[in-house]
Ligand binder design. Structure first.
Ligand code: HEC
Length: 213
């Protein structure tokens, strides 16, 4: 190696810069590079982070323009309704009760009582309205956007409509050929605390009045 090359190698070794030591700004530090002196730059206008395009705005807001829409953004099936019921019973029933009458356990212990879902006003409320209440909260009620995924919020909306129908349906609402139990189940004795399933008499026994042996 010629002495010149050796000198160059030695000189360049002094220029070594590791990645952990590269030029950078401390968060929110001042910079003279930009006219506004801010080193932290806003995203270029119109930039969208991966997975946040939200192109179907109704699916994410329940609104058409400024007003809530009155349809589900996807066709609902039995599985989604079951999922909606499960999520409802976890996240909403503590206050609204499993029946939706607003008398959940938290309310029984003093929290502000929500209106029943079975009022004329809420029966007629558009579906997107329920989605919006869950997404943004309403008065004393916090929002559930962080806890419940967008799809599950819609599943809950679908279930609430079914719940409303369950408390306000007439025989005329039953589709032809569909069987509906004509009376509530009869329990053997005390239904208990709910910790265990109560024993239900077989339907043939129901209403006969005497205790089965
Ligand atoms: C911590 C208790 C609580 C929980 C949990 C809760 N809510 Fe509420 N909700 C309330 C209260 C209280 C109100 C009434 C708020 C007010 O008027 O200030 C309300 C109001 C509502 C209303 C009626 C809005 C109106 O126009 O009157 C809807 C619809 C609703 N909640 C849906 C839900 C759904 C769906 C869930 C589950 C995702 C849920 N809530 C969970 C307490 C709760």
């Amino acid at each position: 190696m010629s002495p010149l090359v050796l000198l160059a190698v030695l000189a360049l070794a002094g220029c070594r810069q590791d990645m952990h030591d590269q030029p950078r700004f401390k968060p929110l530090a001042k910079s003279d590079f930009y006219g506004d002196l801010r080193s932290a730059r806003a995203p270029v206008e119109g930039a969208v982070a991966r997975g946040q395009l939200h192109e179907d705005s109704y699916f994410y807001s329940g609104k058409m323009g400024d007003a809530p829409g009155d349809y589900l953004p996807f066709a609902v099936n039995e599985e989604m309704l079951a999922r909606g019921r499960e999520r409802f019973n976890i996240y909403c029933a503590p206050c609204h009760s499993q029946l939706g009458d607003g008398n959940g356990v938290i309310v029984q212990r003093g929290f502000r009582r929500p209106p029943s879902y079975h009022t004329e006003r809420l029966r007629k409320a558009p579906l997107g309205y329920f989605f919006d209440v869950m997404t943004n909260g309403f008065g004393a009620m916090p929002d559930y956007a962080a806890q419940i995924s967008v799809r599950d919020r819609w599943n809950i909306v679908a279930y609430i409509r079914a719940l409303q129908l369950s408390q306000g349906a007439s025989a005329g609402d039953v589709p032809a050929g569909q069987k509906v139990p004509s009376s509530a189940p009869v329990f053997r004795g005390d239904p208990g605390s709910g910790a265990t399933l109560p024993e239900v008499r077989p339907p043939s026994d129901a209403g006969k009045g005497e205790e089965p042996k």
